[in-house]
Design a protein around this ligand. Sequence first.
Ligand code: SAH
Length: 400
Amino acid sequence: MTTEPSLPRVVVKPRRARPFFARHPWLFVTSIGRVEGEPGPGSEVAVFSHEGRFIARGLFNPRGAIRVRLYRWDGGPLDEAFWSERLAAAVRLRRDVLGLGGPGAGFRVVFSEGDGLSGLTVDRFDRWLVAQFTSLALFERRALLARLLLEQTGAEGLLSRPERGTAEPEGLHAPEEVLLGTLPMEPVEVIEHGLTYGVDLKGGQKTGFYLDQRDNRRAVASYCRGRRVLDLFCYTGGFALNALRHGGATSVLGIDSSATIIEVARHHAVINHLGAARFEAADAFEVLEALRTRGERFGVVICDPPKFARHPRGVEEALKGYLRLNRAALDVLEPDGVLVTCSCSGLVDRGLFADVLGQVAELSGRPIQILEQRGQAPDHPISASCLETEYLKCFVCRVG
Ligand code: SAH
């Protein structure tokens, strides 16, 4: 494989090259034997095995624990044509395979490693894009990427928002800024399963809306007929509103700790003519305790907490948190009720999460049957070469 002689080379340690031939995109500093040349922040590099075999082209970050992110295995350069084709492939998946798009559509256009673009996430809300750069090198190429994205999607503007937790591992301090085009002053109207949401691109959490739960919000509704539904960690009300609109729930109560978000959820109930929905700002654990004491019971309880594990060393604590939460959820669930329990901690895999449910069954003395093991919507594709891209678990369970 020929590469330009001037290109800095990164040589992988002996016996460490296998995952990178297998197209895993994260080359950690601990796997690097030596660096030849002087790559700066964001520089393109060629990665070789210890024996001198070319592996891939990547981008270098001297401050990153992920020292090189790999993008291309065929020897070609990481030039504009390459980024353009990668983005085009991502756009084609959503448009041609998944059929997503049109006025009011909300979907993920680029899912980082899932789309071979490690360090870039882009969501589309109607005519606008919201990007999160989690790699320094792609952030340095933001002007180019923003231009290509607008060209390929026909969007009117692109907002870049910082992602919590990139400063330390990546040395990246991305400010919130409009990179190209213009943004609307008002929340953007997004329609999902016939329900209208006002998505606040700047003020909302993450990119403004949790698109990964799209299909689960609709699927869970079908378990709600004639039942009282408790939607814990409800954000702007998605699960609760679907339960009323599509599921025929008798009542829904949504709980979120953010008072601002609860105001938005209430507004969504009004604009969707679902005035029966109740939303309260409170801590989910405290609410569970209060409901239990009052003897209130629900036919369906939905738990969709924020990420509990951010580091491998946090997994033990996270598992304890899931155990405590789901144990408490069962206390307010009727016999023969449906528990919908989610985990968006990528470090907690399906097996570990199912083990937690086994422990909940043991502690509560109630049988738990897993009816569906759902995951992230397909506009968040899982890369077979980087299974860390699978992060969302959504288990639908019947509890005796
Ligand atoms: N189910 C939602 C997404 C939930 S995101 C949807 O479909 O859109 C997780 C939510 O949990 C966030 O809105 C956050 O504000 C909320 N949250 C975090 N800690 C909480 C707590 N202790 N009690 C209640 N809500 C909490």
